[in-house]
Design a binder for this molecule. Structure first.
Ligand SMILES: *[C@@H]1O[C@H](CO)[C@@H](O)[C@H](O)[C@H]1NC(C)=O
Ligand SMILES: *[C@@H]1O[C@H](CO)[C@@H](O)[C@H](O)[C@H]1NC(C)=O
Length: 396
């Protein structure tokens, strides 16, 4: 059964909607905004499909790469994430700690892993920055055996996502002689609804899907008090917002539904940002309603290269331009960046998981430098700086 696209981009909203929020975006919001923009592109390219992504997962893998990046490669990541130039790590460390705090009654498990080729010399500061700020684990593998290396990474991801993401890395994404590093971020969330749905109230009901057809789907319902509001996009498209809190009260699911039943979801998605989500506080009120939402499961795999490149993060994917000198003196570039995510929503609550990976490859051969145009030459005695000969060659 095909259940259409939901806007799950604002799924994990820490600290709910109440409480004073600062004016400047938090580091959680800065990273999430980039992830939301990736989601918007993916949703645009798949208007009829279910899409589920973790905006924070996208930001996390870039945060890990940032520690090794230099020059334009670094500048593009910093500006894509709207991080301040100096020392985002203090803020990112705090964010990581807050998100994974034991005091969250809903489980948010975040794990970061750096899998490197045995014997590959990594800069110590790169490993230390990732360990100190994101509790990244480092392991070494032998990528010559692609199947075994992929299995080991996948088993780690499978463990960290409690079995929700079982095969992130395919052996053919690895190169037996050139893969140096695979960096992985995994996020697992399990939350029980603050107000659960009675399974006996779940009934098959019609749902008008994105493709225009009407399908019969299991619809959960309850009569309860929910925080609900109505907002309008700058283009005048009205939509409803419904907040479903999880029982720990720090995390909510926000559902966004165009008010007019013939309005495509794609008319609302471009308007979503963390600032938009923040602005909803003003229009939402507690109201007693009879709420009906479908039970659903969705999973998706997204290649992050094209969406990130469209947002100006291009150099890290280029063999010629990538500059990861703070990982290693050997030239490295990202040969693949991907995310797999899954969500299961039922009467009890939600389980969601995402795993994001970046695979770093060494240059396949030293870069070419070709002297194929008129050139100048100087013959210099280096100890004295004396130029012994000099010339220009216009035609060898
Ligand atoms: C990795 O495996 C290959 C093939 O099995 C082997 O030749 C090579 O020595 C191994 N590398 C290391 C660092 O163990
Ligand atoms: C996954 O978890 C099992 C059981 O706890 C453990 O034995 C195994 O080493 C873990 N695998 C990885 C790759 O961490």
């Amino acid at each position: 059964m095909k259940i259409p696209l939901f806007c799950l981009c604002a799924l994990v909203m820490l600290h709910g909607l109440e409480g004073a929020l600062p004016q400047a975006p938090s580091y959680g919001e800065r990273g999430s905004d980039l992830g939301i923009q990736v989601f918007q592109q993916v949703a645009r390219s798949k208007p009829q499909e279910n899409v589920v992504m973790s905006p924070h997962g996208v930001a996390s893998i870039l945060g890990m790469l940032l520690a090794g990046a230099h020059g334009d490669t670094r500048k593009q990541i910093i500006s894509g994430l709207r991080y301040k130039k100096n020392g985002p790590y203090k803020m990112l460390k705090k964010l990581h700690k807050t998100l994974t705090a034991k005091s969250n009654q809903d489980a948010v498990l975040i794990a970061n892993g750096i899998f490197s080729q045995e014997g590959f010399p990594m800069e110590e500061s790169f490993v230390a920055t990732n360990k100190g700020n994101f509790q990244s684990e480092s392991r070494s593998l032998n990528f010559s055996n692609r199947e075994k290396a992929a299995n080991e990474i996948n088993e780690w991801v499978n463990n960290k996502t409690k079995g929700h993401i079982s095969s992130l890395i395919k052996p053919d994404m690895l190169d037996p002689t050139l893969t140096r590093l695979v960096m992985v971020n995994s996020i697992y969330f399990k939350g029980l609804w603050k107000s659960r749905f009675q399974p006996t109230n779940t009934k098959m009901k019609p749902f008008k899907a994105g493709d225009g057809n009407v399908y019969s789907v299991p619809m959960m319902s309850q009569l309860s008090v929910f925080n609900i509001g109505m907002a309008t996009t700058p283009q005048g498209v009205k939509y409803k917002i419904i907040e479903l809190p999880y029982h720990g009260n720090t995390i909510s699911m926000l559902i966004v539904l165009p008010s007019d039943e013939d309005t495509a979801l794609s008319r609302v998605i471009p308007h979503i940002s963390t600032a938009t989500v923040k602005s909803w506080t003003e229009v939402m009120r507690m109201r007693k309603v009879q709420l009906a939402i479908p039970k659903f499961t969705a999973d998706a795999e997204v290649d992050l290269e094209a969406p990130l490149a469209a947002l100006g993060i291009t150099d890290m994917f280029s063999q010629a331009k990538a500059d990861f000198r703070h990982i290693s003196a050997e030239g490295l570039h990202v040969s693949k960046a991907l995310q797999k995510a899954k969500i299961v929503v039922n009467e009890d609550g939600t389980k969601a998981a995402a795993a994001t990976a970046a695979i770093l490859l060494a240059r396949s051969s030293p870069p070419w430098v070709t002297v194929d145009r008129p050139f100048l030459f100087l013959i210099r005695h280096n100890p004295t700086g004396t130029i012994l000969f000099m010339g220009q060659i216009n035609q060898p």
